[in-house]
Design a protein around this ligand. Sequence first.
Ligand SMILES: *Cc1c(COP(=O)(O)O)cnc(C)c1O
Length: 379
Amino acid sequence: MESKKIWLSIAHMGGLEQQYIQDAFNSNWIAPLGPNVTGFEKDLENFLEGCNVVALSAGTAALHLALVQLGVGAGDEVICQSFTFSASANPIVYQGATPVFVDSEPDTWNMSPELLEKAILDRKLKTRKYPKAIIVVDLYGMPAKMDEILTIASRYDIPVIEDAAEALGSEYNGRKCGTFGEYGVLSFNGNKIITTSGGGALICKTAEQARQITFLATQAKENKPYYHHERIGYNYRLSNICAGIGRGQMEIFPRLLSRRREIHALYTELLADVRGIKVMHSEDEKFNCNYWLTCITVDSKISGVTANDIRIHLDSVNIESRLLWKPLHMQPVFELYPAYTNRTSERIFNKGLCLPSSPALSDEDIKRVVKELKNIYLS
Ligand SMILES: *Cc1c(COP(=O)(O)O)cnc(C)c1O
């Protein structure tokens, strides 16, 4: 008999989501904006403490508007972490600017502060100006080395955008991820920590920044009785229906977060004695990861199998796993852009695998994944 399909990361609804959607229908707030959008923004602001949040149609839209608001355009360069999903860098190209990729350090898998500074200085030498912004990512929920990165960024007066699309609930030094840069980005895509079916948010430092972003996200319509435009606008606001899902998700968010962490702890325990496999984690308590996805690295010289062998086997028994993000400097679409590399992301990419981490998975499900993973060693 076919065993139940185990997915990598799927949404888990608490039940209240439908109530908020029903409220929207009852009050005929089907149009974009409305009480759920404001309510969802308040929920996120309460959680993140001391910032201003604008709910948008996607994390990609949030990144795009942050770049627009920072004045990034043709002729500018923007430094971007290479080890990430393509959406971190695409908006740089939307703006006609040039992405400059920076490789990772092995502790967090995120941007190497050393290489960042080297890249900044080299770009200044080559183009006679500093990059216009820095996009740093908290990959798989693991916080980047923010102290070091922010120190370097402020030394050259370059604003930082923190792509925390995967890191809602993570903390660095006791402070919430997404709140470190000039702007922070969240995603509520279907597979992220919480979902609105599709959506995102931009975390701003000031109410004035949030007002500007909201203005740009609603077609840059000036306050006049007719449609009057002085800037190019975007249609990037989250709908009131989707925000209703977000409000319901925020009510069960503590449970969703603790379950992801429990799943990581269980994998760590069950995989401890498997040769050649390491579960990604941080030794340092300063880095408090949400463990959006539990990632492993496979040393095939010791294990005799590769990460991809494991993926193929798991797939054959109805378990979805996924190779890591392929570094952007290795992607055909980005390969002509400047890159500062040390081979760290390439090495990790070649041996890494994301294991099923959906919060609805039971301990039995996780044990089945590990049992199947061990089976491949025997076959
Ligand atoms: C998901 C994701 C995004 C994009 O968010 P969307 O809501 O899908 O547009 C950006 N960066 C990273 C690191 C992501 O994982």
